[in-house]
Design a binder for this molecule. Structure first.
Ligand code: 1HN
Length: 345
């Protein structure tokens, strides 16, 4: 590929005139915008061990009362994007949130889509559009765009969860905003009970699309059981992995980010192909090594790490006797919409 003309090759008076008229020559920038074969990425592999994060989050609980925080969160920021930009990748925001006993995080709604992956503690609930979802370790609770949500806590221990939002995308698109709301009235019934088993749906709602988001909570005990059943029924299956879907449509549960869970059999070493989306891994159970580009992370329970797109990954279960379970978030739905989703064998 031959070199193109540089900005410095142009006479200063010409450059000044272009600038004055809000014009820019394309050719000095063309190769950086369209590098050959592989996009340039600011997303770096990063590991956030829970053992180092947790004490700082608990300290935030002492330093900053809820009234001064609204949401008490330490953001997991990728230095490759600049810490102040508070993103893990172009579309992924990650934060670790703490709610202490008796605290209340008031109702609001916003354009970004959010999910919570519960990390520790019992007794908290998230109410989404009137549906009160218990929060237990490993549960996934979704708060899609525009849905009212608030968090409450009647238990007696700190509750921590990982927030995953498409916030950077919404900020980039200049469509990120929120509204404050009133405390919600809890209505009876829950989606995770109505859709308690795969392949069976509530008859009155069988007319699809009545509710845009019929299931808001995905209990970990069901996901874990599904992974174990899959592994047992298909001993040769390499990637024992499930995707969180909307049970009415069978499509990704949210618009832009994809969510899934992966089981590694005892001692398993799993090579994942390079795919275009950036990904986040959160270890729910077990001990796992993650090899991402030239980095190797030893993940302990509740640790989180991220991987840029277009890199091959190797996940290894360090236990020879126990299975390991990971939560995965990625940008695949967005990439499919953009028509750029790629798997490189
Ligand atoms: C949000 O609404 C929550 O509701 C958590 O718990 C983190 C980060 C950015 C924007 C909105 C929540 C958030 C957020």
């Amino acid at each position: 590929m031959h070199a193109l003309g540089r900005l410095e090759d142009l006479p200063q008076d010409y450059r000044d005139e272009l600038t004055r008229l809000n014009l820019v020559p394309l050719w000095p920038n063309l190769r950086a915008l369209l590098p050959p074969g592989l996009p340039s990425r600011n997303t770096r592999p990063v590991h956030w061990p829970y053992a180092t994060l947790r004490p700082l989050l608990m300290r935030a609980g002492e330093l900053t009362p809820m009234e001064k925080a609204e949401r008490r969160v330490l953001v997991l920021a990728n230095p490759g994007h600049g810490l102040d930009n508070m993103k893990v990748s172009p579309a992924l925001y990650l934060g670790m949130q703490l709610l202490l006993p008796k605290e209340w995080a008031p109702a609001h709604r916003h354009t970004p889509n959010a999910v919570r992956m519960i990390v520790e503690g019992r007794g908290a609930t998230t109410t989404v559009n009137g549906e009160q979802c218990p929060m237990e370790r490993g549960d996934l609770i979704v708060t899609p765009t525009g849905q009212w949500h608030e968090h409450g806590h009647t238990g007696d221990e700190p509750v921590v969860w990982l927030d995953v939002l498409d916030l950077p995308l919404m900020v980039y698109g200049e469509v990120s905003y929120s509204e404050e709301g009133q405390r919600q009235t809890v209505k009876p019934g829950r989606g995770d009970q109505a859709y308690a088993a795969g392949g069976i749906v509530p008859t009155p709602w069988f007319e699809r699309g009545r509710e845009a988001y019929p299931m808001l909570r995905y209990p970990w005990k069901d996901t874990r059981a599904a992974l174990l059943a899959l592994a047992q029924s298909q001993p040769d299956l390499q990637a024992v992995q499930v995707t969180y879907v909307n049970p009415d449509t069978g499509r990704d549960v949210q618009n832009n980010l994809g969510f899934g869970a992966l089981m590694l059999r005892p001692g398993q070493v799993l090579k994942l192909p390079a795919r275009s989306p950036a990904q986040v891994f959160h270890l729910i159970e077990g001990v796992v090594d993650a090899q991402i580009a030239d980095q190797r992370f030893q993940l302990a329970e509740a640790d989180t790490c991220c991987a840029p797109g277009y890199e091959t990954l190797t996940l290894s279960n360090r236990s020879a006797t126990a299975a390991a379970f990971l939560f995965i978030a990625d940008e695949a739905p967005l990439h499919r919409k953009l028509g750029v989703y790629e798997v490189r064998p």
